[in-house]
Design a binder for this molecule. Structure first.
Ligand SMILES: Cc1ncc(COP(=O)(O)O)c(C=O)c1O
Length: 410
């Protein structure tokens, strides 16, 4: 098969783990054997029929896949522009897309003969998903989480503990997602012989971004087929596909099935926090520059001293000063378009989705919705927008009630 004919998923990364100029393996040499073992095991195991059957069983029985596509009729009519559809990843067991790759990693760990899975978490969604997958596949689980997020997402911390995971508090720096990642990577370096790092997003050294993307690609594959089935007589894809981005796991899961369709515009939505000033947002693709973070060349938000900047977002799961290398490549080549949404706009979309559609979205996903609502208002009713509704907002309910109340702020 020539390069031109290969599907996007088979073209990237290259044999050195690069997505164009981004990616690779920039981690301490002591981790190299573990990463090589992981790359080889993944290559051998994931295409095996028994592996795929076990994965499919867990996707159907544990996760509740396939998730549906749903037309937001009320909001689309209120806006009066393009029609908005959501891919209901919030309906996954544990409430977010994260379980798509957690189940894959846990199965991989089991097949590789590892005893334990380790990961970081921001909003707690990834931690709960991994603790669930670990229980399902009978593995130990260790979750690293920033102290600030432990306080903000206490219900998710309780769920992880109930599922049998050990929650390790990261209390350096901002005590948030970056520090949790530092702490989890450190634990992996020490325990790699018996444990597998089930990284929280499409970030990190090769082969992590590829593995996460591949396991998440079930989202785009289902969505593409569902969309075409829905259109029936017209062989029509959505004009726009929208996803929020921290590292890029939900975005890559969705985008990877549409990258080769030049007529589909891919929109990555980042958190603009409280302002565009460095330290007050986490919009890496919008304001970052090339750098190295967590073992990969990518785009990083950094200060003049080249160290990762402080970040801020109302959505803990989006507060990360980097982005996965594949997203960085798609941005650098102009294949994706990037928008930034403020805390305020995300909260407004959170209330609108809740009140007009009866679906409480995760604050992370509310960023993608906010952008989609703005886009719909600018586009004609003949166009269709597909949003990856990456998670449900149960984890955010206490925070929203305490800070904003029952009704949307006027
Ligand atoms: C519901 C939800 N959506 C999106 C994200 C962002 O992560 P990613 O960019 O890897 O999809 C998170 C991260 O915690 C999340 O919990």
């Amino acid at each position: 098969m020539s390069t031109v004919e290969k599907h996007y998923l088979q073209r990237y990364p290259d044999s050195n783990g690069y997505f164009g100029q981004f990616g690779g393996n920039h981690y301490p040499v002591e981790l190299r054997p573990a990463l090589e073992e992981l790359a080889e095991s993944y290559e051998q195991l994931h295409s095996r029929q028994e592996f795929q059957h076990a994965l499919t069983r867990a996707r159907i029985g544990l996760q509740g896949r396939p998730t549906p596509i749903h037309y937001l009729e009320n909001i689309s009519k209120e806006i009066g522009g393009a029609q908005i559809f959501v891919k209901r990843e919030d309906l996954n067991h544990t409430g977010a897309h994260k379980i798509n790759h957690c189940v894959g990693f846990a199965l991989l760990a089991k097949e590789m003969g590892k005893k334990k899975v380790i990961a970081e978490t921001g909003a707690g969604q990834h931690g709960v998903a991994l603790a669930t997958a670990a229980a399902f596949f009978n593995l130990e689980c260790e979750i690293h989480m920033g102290e600030v997020d432990i306080a903000k997402q206490s219900s998710n911390v309780g769920r992880m503990r109930l599922l049998g995971a050990r929650v390790v508090a990261a209390n350096q720096g901002q005590s948030a997602l970056k520090e949790a990642s530092d702490s989890a990577f450190h634990a992996y370096v020490e325990q790699h012989e018996t444990a597998l790092y089930a990284i929280g997003s499409a970030i990190g050294p090769h082969p992590f971004p590829m593995i996460v993307r591949d396991f998440q690609s079930v989202v785009g594959q289902e969505a593409r087929k569902q969309f075409l089935d829905m259109a029936q007589d017209e062989d029509r894809l959505p004009e726009h596909v929208v996803a929020c981005v921290a590292g890029g796991s939900n975005a890559m899961g969705m985008f990877s099935s549409f990258v080769d369709d030049a007529e589909v515009t891919l929109h990555a939505v980042e958190p603009c926090g409280v302002s565009e000033r460095l330290g007050e947002h986490a919009a890496t693709l919008s304001y970052g520059r090339p750098g190295t973070l967590h073992g990969a060349r990518s785009v990083v938000l950094q200060g003049e001293d080249d160290t990762p900047a402080q970040v801020s977002s109302i959505a803990s799961g989006l507060a990360y000063p980097g982005v996965g290398p594949e997203m960085a490549m798609l941005h650098a080549t102009g294949r994706i378009s990037v928008a930034a949404v403020s805390n305020e706009e995300a909260v407004e979309a959170f209330y609108r989705m809740t009140r007009s559609e009866g679906v409480i979205p995760a604050l992370e996903s509310a960023h993608a919705l906010a952008f989609a609502f703005q886009l719909a208002a600018r586009r004609p009713s003949s166009e269709k927008i597909l949003v990856n509704l990456s998670g449900r907002g149960d984890k955010d309910v206490d925070f929203i009630l305490e800070n904003y109340g029952v009704k949307a702020p006027a």
